[in-house]
Ligand binder design. Structure first.
Ligand code: ARG
Length: 268
């Protein structure tokens, strides 16, 4: 009887541990055994080349990308290891506002409404502005030659929940049906399977997908939009100490070409 009890308990422990590991969206990076504790970063890892979940050489999920490299550099500067928490893009601002997480790096554009809730670093993007695009099927390229051609009631466009692209969909294609989904990868599959006709995203992300299996997509470029400049790191309002360090790290990574190099590596 005792033995049976032990077996049941042990298997419960195994199931729980396995369950946690599987449902866990937390990725720990021990950068140095001598560092004391972790600094935590929130991201939505569906956005290569910035952040993406891939399998490592042991078949285990890990998170990689430009934003993860930047976070590692920030963590090193703080003498901390790095904990990356992956969740829906629309949850990130609140997690940093409430102090649950130390900073966001998620290809996030500092907008006036977000800046009311959290503070942003300088942009770490290498160009002044991020080029915004719409992905469509190559076969549709003659049908839809500009963004105006997509503004029809028969068209279905997709954008990520809480993203500026969801706003762009309303601005540029108000007549179309907009599908707002939390996971950008799901929207990519939707486009692939003709469940939507077009997907609002940004150029680096579109290029990365086109380089990695989505060769039958093409992009239409949106006109330049004011007030949506670059991508930046978000911290809790008033945390100037952390923000100063982050801005210094960004300056260094831009100056020594690291960010340009990482953009190349993770979009290939
Ligand atoms: N740049 C856009 C924004 O700030 C989209 C970012 C989406 N990021 C992500 N990791 N899925 O709204």
């Amino acid at each position: 009887m005792k033995k049976l009890f032990l077996v049941v308990v042990l298997s419960l422990i195994t199931i729980t541990a396995y369950g946690c590991q599987n449902s866990s969206n937390v990725f720990d990076f021990i950068l140095d055994e001598n560092y004391d504790g972790f600094v935590t970063m929130a991201t939505s890892a569906d956005y290569p080349p910035y952040e993406n979940i891939v399998q490592d050489e042991n078949g285990k999920n890990t998170v990689v990308g430009v934003d993860i490299e930047i976070a590692k550099a920030i963590a090193h500067r703080l003498n901390k290891n790095l904990r990356v928490v992956h969740k829906g893009f629309d949850f990130l601002v609140e997690d940093v506002r409430s102090g649950k997480i130390d900073f966001i790096i998620a290809g996030m554009t500092p907008t006036p409404s977000r800046s009311e809730i959290i503070d942003f670093s300088k942009s770490y993007y290498t160009e002044d502005s991020v080029v915004q695009v719409v992905l469509i099927h190559k076969d549709d390229a003659t049908l839809y030659q500009s963004i105006e051609d997509l503004n029809q009631s028969t068209i279905r466009v997709g954008a990520q929940t809480g993203s500026i692209q969801a706003e762009f969909a309303e601005t540029f294609t108000p007549l179309a049906t907009t599908k707002i989904v939390q996971d950008l990868k799901e929207l990519l599959n939707n486009l692939e399977n003709n469940q939507i006709d077009a997907l609002f995203t940004e150029e680096e992300v579109a290029n990365t997908h086109m380089n990695n299996g989505y060769e039958n997509f093409v992009k239409l470029t949106l006109p330049e939009l004011e007030g949506y400049e670059g991508n930046a790191v978000g911290v809790q309002k008033g945390n100037t100490e952390l923000l100063t360090i982050i801005n210094q790290v960004i300056d260094e990574l831009l100056a020594d070409g690291s960010i340009t190099e990482w953009l190349e590596v993770y979009s290939a």
